[in-house]
Design a protein around this ligand. Sequence first.
Ligand SMILES: Cc1cc2nc3c(=O)[nH]c(=O)nc-3n(C[C@H](O)[C@H](O)[C@H](O)COP(=O)(O)O)c2cc1C
Length: 494
Amino acid sequence: MGVAMYALNFLAVLLVTLLGLALLIAIILGVLDRTQTHDAIRRNYPVLGRFRGLFSTLGEFFRQYFFAMDREELPFNRAQREWVKRSAEGHGSTVAFGSTRNTSIVGTPIFVNAPFPPVDNQFAKSEPKVIGPGARIPFTATSFFNISGMSYGAISKPAVRALSRGAKRAGIWMNTGEGGLSPYHIEGGCDIVFQIGTAKYGVRDQNGQLDEEKLREIASHETVRMFEIKLSQGAKPGKGGILPGEKITPEIAKIRGIPVGEDSISPNRHEEVDDWDDLLNMIARVREVTGKPVGIKMCIGSEDGVVEFFEAISKRGLEDAPDFITLDGGEGGTGAAPMPLIDLVGMSIREALPKVANIRNAHGLRERIPLIASGKLVNPGDVAWALATGADFVTSARGFMFALGCIQALKCNRNTCPTGITTHNPRFQAGLVVEDKELRVAAYAKEIVKEVETIAHSVGVAEPRLMRRKHVRVVQPNGRSILMSDLWPQAVST
Ligand SMILES: Cc1cc2nc3c(=O)[nH]c(=O)nc-3n(C[C@H](O)[C@H](O)[C@H](O)COP(=O)(O)O)c2cc1C
């Protein structure tokens, strides 16, 4: 009995002390809040005002788990992300009961199913496609779905390693992004597309100009198959790459040829390229030095420039033509970019792709200049839409980030990515186990190909590259859908 009384007394004293302490802290915080001058809410609502910041931060994390509907979030909703996750984990990509997609939204693509689709023995695999037939060493690309550019710097060492090994397993290519070539790109043995960004990281001389010796050295790696000159990317057209200083480790600085720890901002464009003719000169120069196919990457704002580009190509002849064009939509992703550019600059791939494909086809260059499309094309329906519209290949960056375990925390610019993908902090990188994630990367790529094949069979063709615009309908503002081939008629060779 005596012991129980003591325990009760002790608890009562503890409670009163804790309450007293809490009150004291609240008074101190209250005084601090009332006397500070930079936060109006805390000044007007001392102590209570502090919860607003806390709840805003927590809300960012919890909304996606408890409140947001399956098809609601941006840039990618839960249904899109979960599809990638399930495919990457090899859990099968089927869903049950019925669609959660609102198919009355304007622009939704609806595939036209055939009354008598092909049966198993009529299926075919997409043939490998030769890119750059005029280069000394053309590249035969096996897969229509590949990994888009993400630099070592924007993403981490284990992320690059897992992508490189996964790409090899799946037989797809990996684009280096603009941060140069690291040993981690090479270690998996996959096909590599080396990107020459506007700062020419990895192939620049002391003045930031193209260093042909370094270019030759990069090209001497057998697995570096193609070179991509970056004009712009969808998330920030008109602005070069941005790598915050905190993400520039000594190793990344060495690979790029820049100082450690200082923000690295690439120029807005290649300084020696003032017009389309200059660009064709640069393409010819890089192809001559490397012997490998050379293309460009861009996001367009209107078709006018593209028309001029193709006129310049036709005038100069096929030898000087780019070996491919990567077309990135304004909805594309990035490690870091100013918000107005991410939000509002650059045409969506949904509009840009049919326009550019039409211009290319009208010049009779469909076979000579493959189009590589990107911009939120992360699920099979998106990839199938792009192939039917006129793309020869599709690449994705964020699809593969989801395969690596990305949870869309939107922290790529802060070196605090909780999944270790876009951070150089070893604490967070510990979560990204390369041997596990390389399997997921490969499984995701293979599942995309398989499901795009399923769509192709549904519309009545033997393989994905046989899909055409007549196989897709697009929902219109009046609620009805019309054929893509009527919405975006082709000039030639649809
Ligand atoms: C973390 C990150 C880094 C990127 N780095 C580059 C880059 O170095 N060069 C480039 O051209 N694009 C870069 N991009 C853009 C992608 O290559 C791609 O064009 C764009 O994200 C659209 O594909 P997605 O919608 O599948 O992500 C990056 C994107 C992300 C998310």
